[in-house]
Design a protein around this ligand. Structure first.
Ligand code: 13P
Ligand code: SF4
Length: 310
């Protein structure tokens, strides 16, 4: 493995390649990445990098977003099968029909969507900026929000809006068990529950802090004296434990089984990362007619986030 890490470092230098990793990646990938972050930070970093090649260690939509932002760069994903159940729950043709059935609505889409869905969208949001972007519209604005119904109803609840929600969800975040979290809270009465807004409402009702992966991490870093039950994909525990070595982090369990890993995120391995840097493949290709439409709502998200200091 040491040799593999050295070989990856060598290839990065030779090819002026930037390796980015999401917090749900395998620990060894996070450790070799030049930059790790949540979906918003990865998009922002893609927009500012001067590297020739971006290797997106994450899932397909993250690679597509980087490619749409940087069409002149080569964007690679170590395993092209790294999809996303949430993005899959919103097919572009069905979403277009839904939009056409509701004329006069502004369309907001979570970043966990294909470029084709983004091309139908007015503004893209992530879990880091969804609330602020929704609040940047007047109260009476009619809004369609897709595809995550859990994030959408959470944003409706905290903003007092009544956005029309697409019925999509993430198979990992839907699985957290309220009963097992309540049981853990009994076992660790001092523990705080950190939850991602893709979790079901009943899980969010148990949470002390709700936010994106970066927001949950930031909270833990600011309060390392606490104990945490973490209701999101367990890859985030790697960076939490690294940044807060004295803190106890307990992964929240799913209803079935013991592990709460995203099987798509875990498809990327160190070996595949090495191979993809070496071969400069597999490469993300986005249909240019879709890309010219998809870049607008992504750019609007980046602009609003910059204005808000996010
Ligand atoms: P974040 O943007 O909060 O990192 O979330 C990405 C994701 O895929 C959550 O399942
Ligand atoms: Fe998609 Fe869920 Fe995996 Fe995130 S955790 S990439 S939303 S399937």
């Amino acid at each position: 493995m040491e040799n593999l890490v050295e070989a990856i470092e060598q290839l990065k230098k030779e090819k002026n390649a930037l390796v980015m990793g999401h917090y749900y990646q395998r620990s060894e990938i996070q450790d070799v990445a030049d930059y790790i972050g949540d979906s918003l930070a990865l998009a922002q970093q893609a927009a500012r990098t001067e590297a020739n090649i971006i290797v997106m260690c994450g899932v397909h939509f993250m690679g597509e977003t980087a490619k749409v932002i940087c069409p002149e760069k080569k964007v690679l994903v170590p395993d092209m099968n790294a999809g996303c159940s949430l993005a899959d729950s919103c097919q572009a043709d069905a979403f277009e029909q839904f939009i056409n059935q509701h004329p006069g609505y502004t369309v907001l889409s979570y970043v966990n969507t294909t470029a084709a869905v983004k091309a139908l969208t007015d503004v893209v949001v992530t879990s880091s900026n969804a609330r602020q972007i929704v609040e940047s519209f007047p109260k009476e604005e009619k809004i369609i929000f897709g595809p995550d119904k859990n994030l959408g109803s959470y944003i409706n609840a905290v903003t007092g809006r009544n956005m029309l929600l697409w019925d999509g969800a993430c198979h990992v975040h839907e699985q957290f068990s309220v009963e097992k979290i309540v049981e853990l809270k009994r076992q660790y009465p001092e523990a705080l529950v950190l939850a991602h807004p893709e979790c079901r409402q009943a899980v969010l009702a148990q949470a002390d802090v709700i936010g994106s992966t970066a927001a949950l991490l930031k909270y833990a870093i600011a309060h390392p004296e606490k104990t945490y039950i973490v209701a999101t994909e367990s890859g985030i525990l790697h960076e939490m434990r690294k940044r807060c070595p004295q803190t106890t982090f307990i992964p929240a369990p799913p209803s079935i089984g013991v592990c709460n890993e995203c099987n798509y995120m875990r498809l990327n391995t160190l070996e595949k990362l090495y191979q993809c840097l070496k071969d400069e493949s597999p490469e993300i290709i986005v249909d240019p007619t879709i890309a010219v439409k998809a870049v607008k709502p992504i750019q609007r998200m980046l602009d609003i986030s910059a204005k808000l200091g996010l």
